[in-house]
Design a protein around this ligand. Sequence first.
Ligand code: NAD
Length: 506
Amino acid sequence: MGISTGAQRCLEVFNPATGEKIADVPITPPEKVGEAISRARHAFQIWRQLSVAHRARYLYAARDWIIDHQDEIIETICSETGKPRTEALVAEVFYCCDLLGYYAKNSERYLKDEIRSPHLLKTKRVFVVYQPLGVVGVISPWNFPFTLTMGDVVPALMAGNTVILKPSEYTPLTGLLVERIFREVGLPENVLQTICGYGDTGAALVDHCDGVAFTGSVATGKKVAERAAQRLIPVLLELGGKDPMIVLKDADLERAANACVWGALSNAGQMCMSVERVYVEAPVYDEFVQKVVEKVKALRQGSEKRFGEVDVGPLTMLKQLETVERHVRDAVEKGAKILIGGKRKDRLFFEPTVLVNVDHSMQIMREETFGPVIPIMKVNSVEEALQLANDSIYGLAASIFTKDKALGLRLARHLEAGNVCVNDCITNFAILEAPYGGAKQSGLGRRHGEWGLRQFTWPQTIVVDRFGLKRELFWYPYSERVARWVAKAIRLLYRRGLREKFSARR
Ligand code: NAD
């Protein structure tokens, strides 16, 4: 990725697996973002009037389009991220098909007006109505460019908003593909627009839109939140993680080691929910480490033409590779030992790496590495594992391996993470019925389920008077008689014991 010279500024898109340049994509400069917003505001007036069932039709049609164009979608994703095709198929195409169907099917129920019956003011009828925010800005990252874009675009549209998408500067082609899918299934004009560019284009979007869904790093997330605060618009933040895995001495070590290797290395470790650090109880530490090293040794790394040729791809960009190198170097300088891997191969490939003798003085245990590295630390008790797992500014996901599921469930509650798996990892993201999001600095707001939809709305309460009396008791003019009556009512309603006595006498 870079800037090409010429009349219009462009993003230059490169294939990280081959180094080949694949496209020039025109940049929308920040000063042009307002025009896209005006178009989106105009489209909003029509889009918001459509029924949820009508909007759902576009989602089903988009799903059909995806099914019919799987190869093209996978090709686009892989060409700009370098990931293995299986990962694009499972974690992006499959997920998006499921997501589209889920919100097409459930949005009507989640957005339906609710009737609340007041416990006190029985003379009123109360409705809660979910109103769309207006124009939603979706700012997405490069690591899962299809999934994490659709993940916000779909619920934002279903909630009645129009959307302007700003994909990552590293993966604009997938962002443009999302726009094309909806255009080709007939979504009305300007209901979804894509603008490409760098952070300044994203910042301009935050300055104009009515709500932001941001997925990316903690550092940028804070900037987005600050900017959104200037206009007090709602902001959803899905940020980074440093996710711990805990392996207890009674765990099924084979399953735990398989989960660890896949959880840490899939997408070359460039996943917000990657297993980024591992704590293993002393009695099983040696056996676990040996299993992990054997499994890592068997992995195939490279770029592929057909499904199943490789397991681990390259890092998507140089700055990511440099972060990984810096963390490994820092760990080794402070006493860590490399059991396998540890260095850069050609281009953007970094060898899958296992580190031991690590501790919390090292960057590899504290900062998001976002690369194919598994640091494993020996612990002497469950308490120590929990304390170390929680010793982080992040709180996105965590996992615990134990044959005692009841213990796993109990320990899960002690982990300061938005998503915890017992004897599993990462799969929580595929459970669309449950909220997904971060604790601590890993984010604000939740994807999926009714939470993921309603956060793109503002709830409006509408109260309707039932009986039409000429005046309410509390309205003007005030009188001593009414005040005495209210004081009595307060005692009767809220004084403990009196209520019971009163109802017993009746
Ligand atoms: P990033 O923060 O560098 O960029 C994310 C997006 O923000 C890009 O589109 C970028 O152009 C834009 N941007 C940059 N500066 C901006 C600004 N000042 N205002 C508005 N927009 C701006 O993140 P990245 O490197 O693309 O993604 C990797 C990060 O994302 C990792 O930290 C990862 O953990 C996190 N992530 C989190 C989740 C989650 O669900 N919690 C999912 C995937 C990735």
